[in-house]
Design a protein around this ligand. Structure first.
Ligand code: URA
Length: 201
C-alpha cells in the first residue's frame, strides 16, 4: 500500500503546482495565455521518473493542447528518445517557462524568475537522478540551481556533457529545435543523446 500512497501524494502535490500555474497572474505571459485561450503546460510523464527533461517554453501546439513537445520539436524529441530506447512514459518532460511566449520569442529573465520556483517544486516531487537540460535557457537555470554555475559554458561547448551535482547528474543537450531549423544537425543530436544510455536500465 505504501507505493500507492506515494503515488497519490505525488499526484496531489503536482496538482497543487498545476493550480498555482493556472492562476499565475504575476506572470508576464498570463494575459497572453488567457486572451488567446491557451493552456499552461505543466509537464507530462512519470512522477517516479529517474530522468527529467527540461525544455524552454511551450510553442503554439503545446499551448493549444496543454501538452509538452507535441509539435515539430516534439517529433524530433521522440526520434531522439527512441534512438536510446527511452519512451515518454518512463521519463518526465517539462519546460522552464510554462506558458507560450508570443511569437515563440526567447524567454525573458523575468519569465524564468516567475516560473523557476514551479520547476523547483517539480524536482522536489519527482526527485530525479538525472536532469536533462534541452537548450541554453534550461541549461543556465538548472546548472545554477544545482550549484554548477561556475562550470557554465556556451551550449556549443556544453552539449553532450555530464555534470555531477550533489544528488544528481545534469546533462546538457542542444534543444531539439536545432534539427527543425536545420535537419543536417540531427546526426549530431542523435550522437549526443547516446550519453543517456548509461542511465537506462
Ligand atoms: N519547445 C520547448 O522548449 N518546449 C516545448 O514544450 C515545445 C517546444
Amino acid at each position: 500500500m505504501k507505493v500507492k500512497k506515494n503515488k497519490k501524494d505525488k499526484t496531489g502535490k503536482m496538482q497543487v503546482i498545476h493550480d498555482k500555474l493556472i492562476s499565475l497572474k504575476e506572470s508576464p505571459l498570463y494575459e497572453y495565455r488567457t486572451s488567446n485561450n491557451y493552456f499552461p503546460v505543466i509537464g507530462e510523464g512519470s512522477l517516479d521518473a529517474r530522468i527529467v527533461f527540461v525544455g524552454e517554453a511551450p510553442g503554439r501546439n503545446e499551448a493549444k493542447t496543454g501538452k509538452p513537445f507535441c509539435g515539430t520539436a516534439g517529433k524530433v524529441l521522440d526520434k531522439l528518445l527512441n534512438h536510446v530506447g527511452l519512451s515518454r512514459e518512463k521519463i518526465y518532460i517539462t519546460n522552464i517557462v510554462k506558458d507560450r511566449p508570443p511569437e515563440n520569442r526567447d524567454p525573458t529573465p523575468k519569465e524564468i524568475e516567475v516560473y523557476g520556483p514551479l520547476l523547483d517544486k517539480q524536482f522536489e516531487i519527482i526527485k530525479p537522478k538525472v536532469v536533462v537540460a534541452l537548450g541554453r535557457y534550461a541549461m543556465g537555470y538548472i546548472m545554477t540551481k544545482f550549484g554548477l554555475g561556475d562550470a557554465l559554458e556556451p551550449i556549443g561547448k556544453a552539449h553532450g556533457k555530464i555534470y555531477k551535482a550533489k544528488n544528481l547528474d545534469v546533462i546538457t543537450l542542444y534543444h531539439p529545435c536545432v534539427a527543425v531549423y536545420n535537419p543536417h544537425n540531427l546526426p549530431n543530436l542523435l550522437k549526443d543523446f547516446e550519453v543517456l544510455k548509461k542511465y537506462i536500465k
